[in-house]
Design a protein around this ligand. Structure first.
Ligand code: SF4
Ligand code: SF4
Length: 236
């Protein structure tokens, strides 16, 4: 699915673009990217970050590059920058939306394929390649992604509203600490420690299920649970 998604990126590019949202907002328009980002927030309230693990073309491109730099890139400090970038960008977008209201909805605006399109696409691809090459596994997801905060907000909203959503569940008693799950995790999470603590909730988890597939002891499973239900199930 990720390979297919990366091949489709030249076509889906302008529906995942923070830049086009700004240009549209300047012109008093609510465009396709803004609608897609809103839908991703809603989807994450049930599907958590399945989009990131299974469909995101930017994630797919990063996975290809991890063959060249497989370093883990995950810490609170490294993850913080994406929230700062997102807050500055989204505050500016909201300012433009308020200033240019009432907004007209135009899903297809600024999606013409022309020379400008190819230049912007080439710039974005270069940023994704270089950034991931210089950082490590899914470095952009950790430190730069402008879509991740929407989905993390969706996850948090679901938890506050007791909406069941997609989660991983651990059986620590079955874990033999082989470390395969941590080695396989594209987000560089310390999955072994998470399994041992019985808590696999992490806003950085992209629900790719590499850890589930790789665990020969079947110590990790997945399903749709409320936060509290997950722990109740785990304890019983
Ligand atoms: S792969 Fe399974 S058994 Fe090995 S450390 Fe991870 S959870 Fe434990
Ligand atoms: S913890 Fe498991 S599901 Fe989450 S990102 Fe890592 S390998 Fe994927």
């Amino acid at each position: 699915m990720l390979v297919f998604s990366s091949l489709m990126f030249p076509l889906t590019f302008f529906f995942l673009s923070p830049f086009v949202i700004v240009i549209s907002a300047v012109n008093g328009l609510l465009n396709g990217s803004a609608i897609v980002f809103g839908l991703l927030l809603l989807f994450s309230m049930v599907g958590s970050r399945l989009f990131c693990g299974w469909l995101c073309p930017g994630g797919a491109v990063q996975d290809h590059i991890s063959a060249a730099n497989n370093r883990h890139w995950n810490s609170n400090g490294k993850n913080l920058s994406k929230y700062i970038i997102w807050m500055v960008w989204f505050s500016f977008v909201i300012f433009l939306w308020i200033k240019n209201r009432p907004l007209k909805v135009d899903f297809w605006c600024f999606t013409d394929i022309n020379l400008q399109y190819f230049i912007i696409y080439a710039i974005v691809m270069t940023i994704i390649y270089l950034f991931t090459l210089l950082t490590g596994r899914r470095g952009m997801c950790h430190s730069l992604c402008w879509m991740a905060p929407f989905m993390i907000i969706g996850e948090k909203l679901a938890d506050v509203l007791y909406i069941p959503r997609f989660r991983l569940k651990a059986k620590p008693e079955d874990c033999v600490s082989c470390g395969k799950c941590s080695r396989n995790c594209p987000m560089g999470l310390d999955v072994v420690e998470m399994v041992k603590s019985g808590n696999l909730d992490s806003v950085e988890c992209i629900n790719c299920l590499e850890c589930v597939d790789g665990c020969h002891k079947k110590a990790i499973s997945f399903g749709i649970w409320q936060k509290q239900q997950q722990y109740k199930n785990f304890k019983t």
